[in-house]
Design a protein around this ligand. Structure first.
Ligand code: COA
Length: 161
């Protein structure tokens, strides 16, 4: 993801996270940490065959712990495997950053996203009460331990068969 992707990303962001969409400034701030010396973010976009942005994802890495900051796919591309590809790329980035584990928060009512994370081996480790505002929705905290650099990252545990 580069700065010129922020406008189309924001369109998707507002459609997919209507209650708590990130601001333009937040994306700029995240991208500022994604390049140059000391970069500790990896942000990517997925584009369709007309170069339209149809998905995006971002990871932050601090002291050996990765954090999935965001992941989203345009509704019309759901269930095509794109979410899995984006998450796989984030886990590759986590290994590049030498992370030992990756954490994320997900709304307790977002079972679709939870299934995606579980397929990659993430496990629930706690609840953050009222994490999502407004709405006072709890977050489920999930964790994936990356024991070895080649620890099945990018490979869903329950393959499509
Ligand atoms: C969560 C989200 C990123 C998942 O994206 P996605 O592209 O639908 O993810 P996938 O296609 O990889 O997986 C979804 C389903 O499609 C299935 N699938 C995966 N690859 C497939 C393929 N090639 N063909 C058909 N189905 C496939 C998966 O098995 C999965 O099935 P399930 O619903 O039984 O779990 C997407 O729904 C989204 O953007 N949601 C709104 C934003 C959001 O909630 N983000 C997470 C915040 S924590």
């Amino acid at each position: 993801m580069r700065w010129w992707d922020i406008a189309p990303v924001l369109d998707l962001e507002r459609a997919l996270f209507p209650d708590d969409a990130w601001s333009k400034g937040l994306f700029w701030s995240e991208l500022a940490h994604a390049r140059g010396a000391g970069a500790n973010r990896r942000y990517l976009v997925a584009v369709d065959d007309t170069d339209r942005v149809v998905g995006y994802a971002g990871l932050a890495a601090v002291d050996g712990t990765g954090d999935v900051q965001t992941i989203a796919v345009a509704f019309e591309h759901w269930s095509t495997g794109l979410g899995s590809r984006l998450l796989g790329e984030l886990l590759t980035a986590a290994t590049d950053f030498e992370c030992r584990e990756v954490l994320l928060e997900v709304r307790v009512d977002n079972t679709r996203a939870q299934r995606l994370y579980e397929r990659f081996g993430f496990e629930p480790v706690g609840i953050r009460r009222g994490y999502y505002q407004p709405g006072n929705v709890d977050a489920l905290v999930m964790r994936l331990t990356l024991v070895h650099p080649d620890n099945q990252q990018g490979m869903p545990h329950d393959s499509q068969g």
